[in-house]
Design a protein around this ligand. Sequence first.
Ligand code: S3P
Length: 441
Amino acid sequence: MSAIASHKCKNLKGRIVVPGDKSISHRALMLGGIAVGETTIHGLLEGEDVLCTAAAMEQMGAQIERPSESGGVWRVYGRGVGGLSEPTETLDMGNSGTAARLMTGLMAAHPFSTKFSGDASLNSRPMARVTVPLEQMGASFVTEDGGRMPMTVKGSDQLMPIEYTLPVASAQVKSAVLFAGLNTAGITTVIESHATRDHSERMLQHFGATVETEVMNDGGRRISVTGYPELTGQAVIVPSDISSAAFPVVAALITPGSHITISGVGMNPLRTGILDTLIEMGGDIQFVNECEEAGEPVADIVVKSSNLTGVVVPPERAPSMIDEYPVLAMAAACASGSTRMDGIGELRVKESDRLGVVARGLIAAGVQLEEGEDWMTVHGTGSPPKGGNMVAAELDHRIAMSFLILGMASDQPITVDDASPMDTSFPGFADLMNDLGAEIK
Ligand code: S3P
């Protein structure tokens, strides 16, 4: 473990590109691996989570060429729907809940056993949310106590299509069921009462699957996929990850005199809740060069430092910014007045108990707050807190990066005990922030 500290910096200036979208990167490798022919992927996130997905797809017979072998792009030669082969070894999903849950859906519809494992964080996360619907379809599972990994998926190519209402708003669970539905006769349907990120639906259509989405009167969605599509290899362009862009956005807002541009960021409306919230707080955030690339909206984000004011973030916004609450809490700690975040119990089962870890770290930095099972209120004073504390990252990349952002504005440096988890989603985070003017070392 190597510790890393963020010191108060002057201002942030310049234009940067943050790494590719993690959600889209996983899906591009998976769908490329079950399509027929060549898929090219530009801008793939080369973080550890996504590299686990690439290695797993190779273990099951997909052929993958890295950019070093194929001139700047990743190339995937897939096996066709239902065509993956039985892996001889356990699939190591590292730290990645998305890789584990989406691959579980894929493997549930293959007629052999696949064993999944991960690091201590992933092996403590709930998997019943995917095994329950997949068991209804006909797959079976051997898990550790409490439905945790390591886990063996006993799949079948004779699954039954189901209509499944998600008990928790989760794009991972939705995607697992839809991916299982690809190698299942008939129509598999997922109903969600709060819309979650729709990258799977968009990319499935891009590869040639029939996916129908009905927006219901209450704002929920009914998403159906037709089994046995002929997926063909495609060109995929991965936009920069809005979840990674959120770190420099908040950094520029809370560091006086800053003015930065982040180029080519994915602006899928089911992901942009953090920007809506920061703008409501008074953040000076503009969008330029708006366009669409491979079925996903993209824009450059221009941010200037701003005096932020506390707001109430409604629970229905949670799915569109679920990974951004830790960094929002850092912005709230520097704002005037209180910021209340409701309906965020899911944060307790992410890479760490993000609600608890954020609360403990902010209190140690001198911030006043209250926390409940599924809510948190952060009391800002209009100036950054004193800082000077050490935060345990608990194998959680977004916790590490969030507190390093706060350290850029706090009076005393903030130290994170372990820099390595940041590589799961944002390789080069410290160098890129330092290029803008941060002092992270
Ligand atoms: C993701 C969905 C979200 C998110 C995760 C990525 C995805 O998880 O937190 O980082 O790519 O589908 P849940 O589905 O558990 O909300």
